[in-house]
Write a protein that binds this ligand. Sequence first.
Ligand code: SF4
Ligand code: SF4
Length: 341
Amino acid sequence: MSRLTVVLSQAPGKHPAKRALEESLVAALLLEPGLEVSVVPNLYDLGPDHTGRLFLESVRGDLVVLSWLYPRAAFWLLDRDGIQGHAGETKLKPPADEEDADDTPTEDRPPAIGPAGAIPDRHVYCLDLRDFNKAEPYVGEVRRIAAECRDRRDAKARERAANSPAVVQLGLGFMSPEPTPGFDAAALLAPAGRRWYPVIDYGRCTNCLECLDFCLFGVYGVDSLERILVENQDQCKKGCPACSRVCPQQAIIFPEYKSAAIAGADTGAVGGLKIDLSKLFGGDVADALAMAVQERDRELVNDGREAVGAAVGLPKRQAGKPAGPKDELDKLVDDLDALGL
Ligand code: SF4
Ligand code: SF4
């Protein structure tokens, strides 16, 4: 029988309450049948050579990741690292989530470019360890997910067997994911240095490339299909979230930023000016763009370069549109220009 891979991503630092939850959760999961449980350091910090990252890349079947990150942040972080799959839906929702739920109808969002390449036929479930302070809800949810994955595999096996009599003779074992190669538990947990970089939610990104224009530190690039990507993660300036304020789709996540919206909370609308910026960024559109400009200037000056203010790389959302009344954001950019910010 194939086993479901469950990976716990530790909190950075040594927060005693977080460590206690991690330990009790791992202890409980190890008692569950049919699970392959591993622990890695903070997912966000794993560089390309870290054993924990190599292990995650080696998993072929369904995957559950428990981390101290918002699920949207964890999912797209994994996607960026090539650990792709269909988003598994968790039923584990803290009561407060219902109030904060994103009530923007999906059809109101502009079409997103979606993840790159063919998505492997498996599901990736991301659970947030900040939702509950005890192990039981997570153990129950992992149990439910394991059953869901099993049912899905069985249904596919039956379908394939029905369509291919030869497969019946071979048995249904072909549906089992490839076994995960052995990884040393201590190597999985080797310390990882802290990192800071943006993560793109391709379920929202429209490839407008405004972030590419805005960032003056060479973090963004495009792939061979001209799709935006975070090309040089570690060139991002520690603590700087500036480009996330400029993205019209709220698709840029800094998983460890203090504001929930920028850290990937699944809240608020998307679609340019429909974003409730007062809720998401602590101010209005003007505040968000002015803050982005200031944050970028601060990093430029720290680098020994000249501040550029609003003169470079601010959104051109009206570009290509026929002349007509300016929208609120267009006017704002003009106002910022006039202020010389
Ligand atoms: S600004 Fe946002 S929507 Fe536009 S390309 Fe960048 S991440 Fe995508
Ligand atoms: S946060 Fe600042 S340095 Fe980092 S990618 Fe965005 S604009 Fe560039």
